[in-house]
Ligand binder design. Structure first.
Ligand code: 13P
Ligand code: SF4
Length: 298
């Protein structure tokens, strides 16, 4: 039996659903039941009928699934698959900022710990960040941890003041793209799409700014794309649209997203590891913030 066959067999035996983020290695995407962006994975986790969810991605994605499906067993194949962006924001920073800006609402990107979500009013993803901010009564929004996403939202929601928390929060994968890369891509006649975690200069030079799910939705707009995001997004898009061309930067690698191997996934299904557990005192307020986002949808 091949490893893929073994995974399929164990998945059925355990009544498990495999969810994978768009940045996962191709072999993981190939065996997953659902491949999507952070919001799509969160919604599917909530709607799933299976009692076991295996989240192939990074920790905040598995924690979000657990918050939305507390009765299910949520497994993360590699327990130290994290997100360096999420480490920029702590609950203490939120408490201090709330004192400094009374009356401001706190919106945190799902790329954050459960503790940070517990200190927030509502969460957002890159797919719904502007809609989440527009839905709030407050005119002042404390937004973290991604300062580039905050800047993107400020452009979309000019009637409110968005304060990035902290000012320097960023993703090392998305801030590595350069304006030269965009110029070269455009000189070749390619259309450029960037993720809103890219810096403002890259955002303004791009033809489109989109979440990874948005990139899937817009893939048919053009035949040749330059994709400013993690390189395995190219795998996802090429599989969906084999006749189109999706150019990526081969060095745009999220190291944590690449930690999960097919062997890890097999072990997870075989041994039931590693279960995501969030203590109630954090899970209850964090769930409120994530449920508030799901109530808004896109
Ligand atoms: P998406 O929600 O757009 O998939 O983004 C998640 C992420 O981690 C981007 O770096
Ligand atoms: Fe975090 Fe960046 Fe990796 Fe996305 S690409 S999971 S923001 S480190």
């Amino acid at each position: 039996m091949t490893i893929k066959e073994e995974i399929q067999q164990l998945k059925v035996a355990r009544n498990a659903l495999i969810l994978a983020h768009n940045y996962q290695p191709g072999e993981i995407q190939d065996v997953a039941d659902i491949v999507g962006d952070s919001l799509e994975l969160a919604v599917k986790a909530k709607e799933a009928e299976e009692p076991v969810l295996v989240v192939c991605g990074v920790r905040f994605m598995a924690e979000t699934a657990k918050l939305l499906s507390p009765e299910k067993t949520v497994l993360l194949p590699v327990p130290d698959a994290g997100c360096p962006l999420s480490d920029f924001l702590t609950p203490e920073m939120i408490h201090e900022a709330r004192e400094k800006y009374p009356g401001a609402a706190v919106v945190v990107y799902v790329n954050s710990s459960a503790e940070v979500k517990a200190a927030a009013d509502i969460t957002c993803t890159s797919a719904n960040a502007a809609d989440v901010v527009k839905s709030l009564d407050a005119d002042m929004i404390l937004f973290g941890p991604d300062a580039n996403l905050a800047s993107f939202v400020q452009g979309q929601v000019q009637e409110k003041r968005i304060i990035p928390l902290p000012a320097e929060g960023h993703c090392y994968v998305h801030t590595a793209f350069t304006e030269d890369q965009i110029r070269e891509a455009k000189a070749k006649g390619w259309r450029v799409v960037c993720h809103p975690e890219c810096p403002p200069g890259i955002q303004s030079d791009s033809d489109l700014i989109a979440s990874t799910g948005g990139m899937v939705q817009h893939a048919c707009d053009c035949d040749e794309w330059f994709i400013c995001t993690e390189r395995d997004m190219g795998y996802r898009l090429r599989k969906l649209h084999p006749n189109r061309h999706f150019h990526v930067d081969p060095n745009a690698i999220c190291k944590d997203m690449k930690k999960t191997t097919i062997e890890d996934l097999l072990r997870t299904l075989r041994d039931g590891v590693y279960e995501v557990v969030i203590p109630d005192e954090i899970a209850v307020p964090a769930r409120k913030a994530v449920e508030a986002m799901i109530g808004i949808r896109r």
